[in-house]
Design a protein around this ligand. Structure first.
Ligand SMILES: NC(=O)C1=CN([C@@H]2O[C@H](COP(=O)(O)OP(=O)(O)OC[C@H]3O[C@@H](n4cnc5c(N)ncnc54)[C@H](O)[C@@H]3O)[C@@H](O)[C@H]2O)C=CC1
Ligand SMILES: O=C(CO)COP(=O)(O)O
Ligand SMILES: [Zn+2]
Length: 348
């Protein structure tokens, strides 16, 4: 008997483009949400565009968070309950968006994503990535009901945030390879659609590399569309597997060892150079990944991340233990093998 089922949750309204921040209220009105919104943000995005968002609503309040953590989620839940907010608006980079996404899941209320940086592909996804102690949780949450990504705002953000978004997308290459490996070796469920969409998104972005240059709003447009597409791949998969493999485990481990050293996207990009080498060896596509990162102005070495070689190697040899997610790291890369891979690829 046929027993397969699938339930794909996607955003209803996705607005990407010049000045769409001023259409936020219209995008929300179209969702028939009730009550007043609580704006969940972090200090810089709040200073930059918080007032422009608040001017469009009778808001229940604003909660600014510094980090993505379970504590921050609880603070947002408490603030929303106190203010009797009807739904949440996540405004900023990945941290406030992930926090608002998870808090809305806890509250059982709607959530709208308003990224101010094209720095990561969680702007659309149905996952929240929250560190806790020695582990990293990729928590299932509903995806945003609407995403409003104003390319004017994204283009005015520091360029490195956009190159971080590019690198987060380029890492889809190795993430998909890890997912396929886990499917073959551990019978992990694999979605051909999600895998193909994730890989195609990375390919299309790399093909557009020439057009991704600082000072052009077109760059923000290209990267934002890729981030949306990658987030949709995660929603189709019902997991972050299409966009998060061994390179993400290494980055999450770096976040623990040297918190705040580098941007999430930059870390996963550099780590992807090494994990591609682990997948395919000397003649693999690791140099293509490195060159694509370089073309977009993203870091390609540990030192460009501001991370010393020993710390990078420690992350590489211990990353497999951070989460129950089978990847090319298997049950751990030996110190010798890690040194060989990182040295051969020029990452250290
Ligand atoms: N849920 C998911 O599927 C995914 C989650 N993530 C998570 O997202 C986080 C990384 O996201 P980031 O955006 O790098 O972190 P973030 O939220 O800390 O933002 C990075 C920095 O950019 C600043 N910023 C944001 N917009 C700005 C603007 N317009 N102008 C000037 N500064 C601005 C912020 O104030 C912050 O200092 C990580 O926690 C990562 O795990 C990343 C990818 C996918
Ligand atoms: O960063 C992500 C995808 O780019 C989310 O992945 P995680 O599930 O590893 O947090
Ligand atoms: Zn990522």
């Amino acid at each position: 008997m046929f027993e397969k089922t699938t339930w794909i949750k996607l955003p209803r309204n996705v607005l990407v483009g010049h000045g769409v921040l001023d259409d936020l209220a219209a995008a929300v009105e179209d969702l028939y949400l009730s009550g007043r919104p609580l704006v969940v943000t972090s200090p810089t995005p709040n200073d930059l565009v918080g007032d422009r968002v608040r001017a469009q609503f009778d808001v229940a309040g604003t909660t600014a968070i510094e980090t993505a953590s379970f504590d921050a989620v609880e603070r947002v839940v408490a603030a929303a309950e106190d203010a009797e907010a009807g739904y949440l608006i996540g405004l900023g980079g990945g941290k406030p968006i992930d926090t608002a996404k998870m808090a809305s899941d806890r509250l059982g209320c709607g959530f709208v994503s308003v990224p101010t940086a094209a720095s990561h592909d969680g702007i659309v996804s149905g996952r929240s990535s929250i560190p806790e102690g020695d582990t990293r949780h990729s928590v299932a949450a509903d995806p945003p009901l609407a995403v409003v990504a104003d390319t004017e705002t994204l283009a005015e953000a520091p360029w490195e945030l956009t190159t971080a978004g590019c690198a987060d997308i380029i890492s889809n290459y190795t993430a998909v390879k890890d997912w396929q490996l886990a499917h073959r070796l551990k019978n992990v469920e694999y979605s051909e659609y999600a895998g193909a969409l994730s890989q195609m998104t990375a390919e299309m972005l790399v093909e557009s590399a020439e057009a991704i240059k600082p000072g052009f709003e077109e760059s923000a447009w290209l990267v934002a569309k890729a981030l949306v597409s990658s987030g949709v791949a995660m929603s189709i998969a019902g997991s972050s597997r299409p966009a998060s493999g061994a390179e993400h485990l290494i980055s999450h481990q770096l976040d623990r060892l040297v918190p705040g050293a580098a941007l999430h996207g930059h870390q996963v990009g550099v780590a992807a150079v090494v994990t591609e080498y682990l997948h395919s060896g000397e003649r693999g596509e690791w140099a293509d990944i490195r060159d694509a990162l370089e073309a977009m102005g993203a870091p390609t070495t540990a030192s460009e991340l501001g991370i010393d070689d020993d710390t990078f190697l420690e992350a590489l040899t211990t990353a497999h233990s951070i989460r129950d997610r089978y990847t090319i790291l298997g049950d751990g890369v030996s110190e010798d093998a890690a040194l060989e891979a990182a040295t051969f690829t020029g990452v250290i």
